[in-house]
Design a protein around this ligand. Structure first.
Ligand SMILES: O=C(O)CCC(=O)C(=O)O
Length: 310
């Protein structure tokens, strides 16, 4: 069922007949990252070392000046580094892993293995030091049953499940979801959510999400290991390629040209600005708007978070 979210086809024909051009032309978003702690913004062509973007190829070089042929699509990719605090990440990760277990069930053999791991961790005094952050929540690879990915699938070594609601939505989790939804121009009831857990060996090949299955926007929340998101232009965007380093707690949003005119890909391991990115288990929570979703009325909103969608 979830394969239907994705396809390898290029998107240009739909761009031309897109009903979402109104959104594309609003031009309100930029290909920048917003650092919520430092209030910093990085443009794609920003050369400072801490920028989370790396250009791999771009036909018209950046000069620092804004030019339409250089800037096309820049408004359509946003990265919000460190949007979720560690405690928020922990709550969301636990809930998402619980949801995956609920949907797929846990084989008795894996239950036994998980018990064994819990015991080992209880008696390992080094464990707390070794696994700070989120790593006590992820279990070793052999505690999960992974899908290998069949021949036409773009995802390999993963577990995936739709999320209509979480097994238990207490106030903290609801607050986190509200904050995430506040980054989008849609209401929660108009967003399709799913959780995608990649094993250490897991990766996602370049693809454009199925045009029929959802609308103009895709938002991803990264939890766990650092991974590289590679964006490669197709058709009119061919020749443009950049990558973005996703860390735990980061949120990225693609729409318009970046949604329809670029393939997105999550690498297993890679090199970002000359530094190796080792990979590891990662869980992403993905949000997509349903076709025809109305934009929410901003005047109705409470102050739930940061609005990057102006
Ligand atoms: O995990 C991600 O960030 C991307 C997921 C993805 O490519 C997909 O669900 O189609």
């Amino acid at each position: 069922m979830w394969a239907s979210l994705r396809s390898r086809q290029c998107a240009a024909p739909v761009l031309r007949r897109s009903t979402h051009n109104a959104l594309l032309s609003r031009g309100a978003w930029r290909l920048y990252s917003v650092d919520t702690t430092k209030q910093a913004r990085y443009d794609l062509h920003c050369s400072i070392a801490s920028s989370p973007f790396e250009i791999l190829s771009w036909p018209t070089p950046f000069t620092g000046e804004s030019r339409p042929e250089t800037d096309r699509g820049k408004d359509d990719f946003t990265l919000v580094p460190a949007f979720l605090s560690l405690s928020e990440q922990r709550v969301l990760l636990k809930a998402s892993l619980e949801q995956l277990d609920k949907v797929h069930g846990v084989h008795p053999r894996l239950r036994k293995r998980r018990k064994q791991v819990a015991e080992e961790r209880r008696f390992n005094t080094e464990f707390d030091k070794m696994y700070d952050g989120l790593w006590d929540i992820f279990l070793p690879e052999d505690c999960y049953s992974w899908e290998e990915g069949h021949f036409d699938s773009v995802i390999h070594h993963f577990r995936e499940a739709p999320v209509t609601s979480f097994p238990s939505e207490e106030a903290t989790l609801c607050g986190i979801l509200d904050r995430l939804v506040s980054l989008t121009p849609y209401k929660r009831e108009h967003l399709i959510m799913h959780a995608l857990h990649l094993s250490e060996r897991g990766y996602i090949e370049g693809h454009v999400d199925n045009l029929e299955a959802s609308g103009n926007m895709i938002m991803g929340v990264s939890l766990g290991a650092e991974r590289i998101l590679k964006m490669t232009g197709v058709d009119e965007e061919k020749g443009r390629c950049f990558q973005c380093l996703l860390r735990s707690g980061d949120v990225y949003i693609t729409k318009g040209v970046m949604r329809y005119g670029y393939k997105h890909e999550i690498l297993q391991t890679g090199v970002f600005k000359g530094e190796p990115v080792e990979g590891g288990q990662r869980l992403s929570l993905m949000f997509r708007d349903v076709h025809g979703a109305p934009l929410k009325d901003r005047s109705e909103e409470g102050n739930t978070g940061m609005d990057i969608n102006k």
